[in-house]
Ligand binder design. Structure first.
Ligand code: FE2
Ligand code: FE2
Length: 289
């Protein structure tokens, strides 16, 4: 699957080393898949299914999020001096643009009213890329579980769920690439600049955690309808599957995260923070919650 010689074991694969960077770029190119959102044969839906799809509260938010992420990631290729990694980030930008195109195609086909925002221009490129990347680490983790619940619930036809499988797999690759890139980026800095970089990442993660806590509180509080929010994956389970407890949702997310990550080269670092938090919550929360 990769052009990196098999005699590199994980012990010798130091993040930021030429071998690590080569493997990181290569894994990303090797696992890229072709599809064209404008050529998808959308399945026909019954009136009931169409109503359910149109009523999902997150279409507008999904379009806005993809607009910010796709434009940020595309621009972020300029951050990287390594030509292969830069090309890999540009490819990720293409994939994010394709998510936006897929949403545009779906909402046009099923006549879901959406306003398309003006293209987002990043202001502080590295901070914006880090913010988008850490945000994806949270959103994707929950999306993996929600997607499995949607698939199992039969709320939507299997043919429609299948259209989104490549998107899920791309998000796995994106967060895998991102956590390795962040570590490589830090390790390439002179030692005295690393603590500031770490602190900046921690601050950005905290901002993302704060926004998720806000959503989690609104889930259990005044807004049970799950109004659109910037982290819609946390509220989406109410709309796509049979009722599930938070404990059950965490279990599903953890299992799906492990299953999807297991497909990729073991020498690459795995996202640890979000699954780690989820594992602790899964252990301490009562099953009834
Ligand atoms: Fe995306
Ligand atoms: Fe992504």
């Amino acid at each position: 699957m990769s052009a990196v010689p098999a005699d590199f074991d994980s012990a010798t694969l130091r993040p930021g080393s030429p071998e690590h960077k080569r493997l990181l770029a290569q894994f990303f190119f090797d696992t890229h898949v072709q599809y064209d959102p404008e050529r998808i044969a959308w399945p026909s839906l019954s009136d009931e299914e169409l109503k359910r799809l149109t009523a999902l509260p997150f279409w507008q938010e999904a379009v806005s999020t993809e607009n910010v992420t796709s434009n940020t990631v595309t621009a972020a290729a300029a951050l990287e001096s390594d030509p292969e990694l830069s090309r890999a980030i540009a490819l990720q930008g293409f994939e994010e643009q394709r998510h936006a195109r897929l949403l545009a195609a779906l909402t046009a086909h099923y006549r879901i009213p959406i306003e398309f925002p003006a293209p987002y221009t990043p202001r502080k490129l590295e901070d914006d890329f880090l913010f988008a990347g850490f945000g994806e680490c949270f959103d994707s983790f929950f999306a993996f579980g929600l997607f499995a619940l949607a698939r199992e619930s039969g709320y939507f036809p299997a043919a429609l769920v299948t259209v989104f499988e490549p998107v899920m797999e791309e998000e796995v690759r994106h967060i895998l690439f991102f956590v390795n890139w962040v570590k490589a980026r830090r390790m390439q800095l002179p030692w005295w600049r690393r603590p500031a970089f770490r602190a900046r990442c921690a601050w950005i993660i905290l901002k993302q955690v704060a926004s998720r806590v806000k959503t989690a509180r609104s889930m259990g509080g005044a807004d049970p309808a799950g109004a659109p929010s910037e982290n819609f994956t946390l509220t989406a389970h109410q709309n796509i599957a049979a009722p599930v407890t938070l404990h059950g949702l965490l279990e599903k997310c953890l299992a799906e995260n492990d299953r999807r990550m297991a497909r990729y080269d073991a020498r690459l670092l795995r996202p640890r923070l979000v699954p780690g938090i989820a594992r602790v919550l899964f252990r301490i929360l009562p099953k009834s919650i």
